[in-house]
Design a binder for this molecule. Structure first.
Ligand code: C2E
Ligand code: MG
Ligand code: MG
Ligand code: MG
Length: 280
């Protein structure tokens, strides 16, 4: 009986594995077709000064206008896009879309001081990124790259840090994304000298109710400040979070309390309407 159970189990997993492989292959093909058909675009989540509540910029986030499944968020495709090595292409689409949309907003009288884009590790190591950036004529402070810390820990660290210096020299700011999770190191702050540090939403979420987490976030903000690095809190979901983070000295706030990520049109409508309202 044990034996037959074991066999049943094996077949069960085997079956799922096969289904997984077929699904992955299908999604991979759809991603490639989607790139050709311009189905990928950027949505925008606003960021606000904690002190003045003014718009400081937006984070551009990749979205897939899937022909049959509707709008898809990155959790549905980014892992597979990474496996087939096309995240760099998506990053490039998002970067170009975001810079173009920033100009479209300006033409509509909407000032978006800065756009931040997420940049995958591989893209940072690849020299073609720098070539494509040199042609863009970026004004200092208007573009920012969000990088996750794991980027800085692999064997080609030197190449990456050289590329980082070149990126900074082009007037592009560097932000450390998802700080406080994964391979966090304070040393990386000293080495990279980023413009901003984004505190991960896992750390932000408990601060209103849990004093230890609050103390931790407070310390991160203090350390960043002592190094001249600005702090951005992500995942700010309530007005209570926003107030507390402001009191702790956090510079910039981003999260559902202010707005979910929006399409270009919806963002434009919000920005020209009655103004952003803080959800409680
Ligand atoms: P991230 O860079 O940390 O981006 C923030 C994510 O948190 C976004 O999810 C955003 O919608 C979500 N978020 C914002 N405010 C809140 C909040 O108050 N509560 C909660 N629960 N969530 C909030 P999204 O757009 O699904 O993106 C997920 C991740 O996918 C991003 O995390 C980033 O790592 C990656 N990603 C997104 N766009 C790109 C891209 O163009 N290129 C690359 N390489 N990665 C991207
Ligand atoms: Mg990000
Ligand atoms: Mg983040
Ligand atoms: Mg995050």
């Amino acid at each position: 009986r044990a034996k037959s159970m074991g066999r049943n189990r094996f077949e069960f997993f085997n079956h799922n594995l096969q289904a997984d492989i077929i699904n992955t292959k299908r999604t991979a093909d759809e991603i490639l077709a989607g790139i050709d058909n311009c189905e990928f675009t950027a949505w925008y989540q606003p960021q606000f000064s904690a002190r003045t509540m003014e718009l400081t910029g937006v984070e551009a986030l990749v979205r897939w206008k899937h022909p049959s499944k509707g709008l898809l968020t990155p959790d549905k495709f980014l892992r597979i896009a990474d496996e087939i090595n096309v995240v760099q292409m998506l990053d490039r689409i998002v970067l170009e879309t975001a810079l173009r949309d920033k100009m479209r907003w300006a033409a509509h009288g909407i000032t978006v001081p800065k756009v931040s884009v997420n940049v995958s590790a591989r893209r940072l190591h690849d020299g073609s990124l720098l070539e494509s950036l040199a042609d863009l004529h970026i004004r200092p402070g208007e573009l920012s790259f969000e990088l996750v810390e794991s980027i800085f820990l692999d064997e080609s660290e030197d190449v990456a840090s050289q590329n980082l210096e070149r990126i900074k020299a082009l007037g592009i700011d560097i932000e450390i994304d998802d700080f406080g999770t994964g391979h966090t190191s304070i040393v990386s702050l000293l080495k990279l000298k980023p413009k901003r540090l984004k505190i991960d939403r896992q750390l932000v979420k408990p601060i209103v109710n849990a004093s230890q987490e609050r103390a931790l976030v407070s310390s991160i903000i203090e350390i960043a400040r002592s190094l001249g690095v600005e702090t951005v809190a992500e995942g700010v979901e309530t007005a209570a979070h926003a107030e507390l983070l402001r009191d702790l000295g956090c510079d910039i706030l981003q999260g559902f309390a202010f707005s979910r990520p929006l399409s270009f049109d919806d963002f434009s409508a919000e920005a020209t309407g009655t103004g952003w309202r803080l959800a409680s």
